[in-house]
Design a protein around this ligand. Sequence first.
Ligand SMILES: [Zn+2]
Length: 119
Amino acid sequence: NNHDLVVAENLRSSNMLKNHALAMSISDVGWRTFLQKMEYKSALYGRSFITVSPKNTTQMCNDCKFAMGTKGTEKLTLKDREWTCPNCGTFHIRDINASKNILEKGLEKLAKEKEKSLA
Ligand SMILES: [Zn+2]
């Protein structure tokens, strides 16, 4: 009720369940059920709730859009909670950087949906 827009990753749980470290927490929480509840509650309060693809939300620097794992760099692993972008030198806290990328994707998706509805 306190937020006009909530954006979440539409997690590919079948892929993530292959990762034993994540399997337990994801199946326990029931991500899909959580997303459904978010959708229901958002509609109830007249808010927007959208999901976006998780592709590159963690690996991409929100400042310069450089993707880790490209140009000879290593992808971030689950252990990398903080990192510095090798392209622009920005220091990132992993989840904060990812949340900015998720919000940006959500806003882009919202803008495209509005364009379509006006056309
Ligand atoms: Zn960067």
